[in-house]
Every structure is written in C-alpha cells, then in structure tokens.
Unconditional design. Structure first.
Ligand code: MN
Length: 225
C-alpha cells in the first residue's frame, strides 16, 4: 500500500516479558475519587474524555513545558490496558478477559484552560489533549500483578508527596468503567483507560521531577523541561 505520506508510527508501551503494547486510544475518567471535602459524589454515569495515542510520553522522559499556559497540573492515575474490545462488555468478564495489565499514568492538565472551558461550557481538549499530555509507565501484565482493586496511589514532586490516595476509593470501579465505555463506543485492543486522580496536586514548573506510583507497579518518573 502506498500512502500520500508515511503513516504515523504505532505508539507502544513496554510490557515486561510480553511484546510491546500498541496503544490505540486513551480514555480518561474524570471526577472518579471522592473529594476531601466530600464534594465529589458518584454521578449518573462516568465522565470521560479522550487523548490521542500520540500524547503518550515514555517513562524517564522530559516533558517540555507546554505553550500557552502558566498552570500545568499533574494528575496521578492508574492506567488500565485492554487487550480485548467489544460493545456492551459484561462487568464480570472485564478483569478476566479484557484487562491486559496496569500502568502508572499522569493526566497532565492545563488548569487555566480547563477552568476557562468549564466556565464557558467549551470542550476540554485544549486543557487535556496537548502534546506529551499522557506520560505512562511500562505496563505490568495482569498475570504478574493480579487484579488490582486496591493499593496506594501517590505523586511526589521533587521528593515531596503532593497526591496520596488508594485506588480502592475509585467511585466507578474498573469493571463498571469498561462496561460503561463499551456502551458508548466500541472498545478495541490497545485502548488505555486513565482511571482518575485522588486529589489536586497543585502546579508544577520547569525543573520539577515527578514520581508517580501505584503499589505493585513500576514507578513513572518524568522531568518538566
Ligand atoms: Mn484526570
């Protein structure tokens, strides 16, 4: 097949002893942990948005400070990687048949652009789907980690804890989230789901070193450049 120009390379994540995992799409769940003031309750349905696969930033990389913002906020999130897709996926099969493994991700957010979008009822893409906005660790296949339903999730900036929570506190659990997404769109192998963040981290600036962890998974370490 000849194309008008070379097609984009496939974005992949390492996956331990497995072959590299080809990333298809990145679904991100919003407002999925209870707020410290009790302000976030489980809604009627999960909130989600999508980042392009090209937004993936590999572990141990420098994230160039994005243009047009002065409020770059990191959100530590557990990432679920799917190796099977479909529509109307049954909740009780998600852990066994659909989840390939887990990773640690950062949903990088331009807080100033997000506040403006929320205030004016505009789309979130400018705030969420910019270049390098989805740092992600290697994937730990589920056959190593087992099913992860609880565990410490944390973000340190320059060694100081900025976010700390437990993945057990997710409002929408992984089987519910995968089922829900599969009722809105057809899911495919290679889809990643960033499952939401526990608390606000505050802004990061050039030179900051971010270490994002979920118990049992390889840490994600990036530097703001
Ligand atoms: Mn998020």
């Amino acid at each position: 097949m000849n194309y008008a120009f070379p097609p984009a390379p496939v974005v992949t994540l390492d996956a331990m002893s497995s072959n590299p995992f080809p990333v298809r799409r990145i679904f991100c769940i919003g407002r999925n942990y209870p707020a410290p003031d009790g302000g976030t309750a489980k809604g009627e349905e999960p909130i989600y948005f999508i980042k392009p696969a090209s937004a993936i930033l590999q572990n141990n990389s420098v994230l160039p400070y994005p243009p047009g913002t002065s409020a770059l906020y990191p959100e530590v999130e557990m990432v679920v990687a799917l190796h099977k897709g479909g529509r109307n996926i049954p909740k009780d099969r998600v852990d066994y048949d659909y989840v390939f493994g887990y990773a640690v991700g950062l949903d990088m957010t331009l807080r100033d652009a997000l506040d403006a979008a929320l205030e004016n009822g505009l789309p979130w893409e400018k705030a969420k789907a910019f270049d390098h906005s989805a740092p992600c660790s290697a994937i730990t296949p589920e056959f190593y980690s087992g099913n992860i339903a609880s565990g410490l999730i944390e973000l340190k900036v320059n060694g100081e804890v900025r976010q700390s929570g437990n993945v057990a506190d997710m409002l929408w659990k992984i089987p519910e989230t995968v089922h829900y997404l599969s009722t809105r769109v057809e899911l495919f192998p290679g889809d990643l789901i960033y499952t939401g963040t526990p608390v606000d981290a505050g802004p990061v600036v050039k030179g900051d070193v971010l270490e994002a962890t979920v118990a049992g998974l390889e840490p994600l370490i990036i530097t703001i450049g």
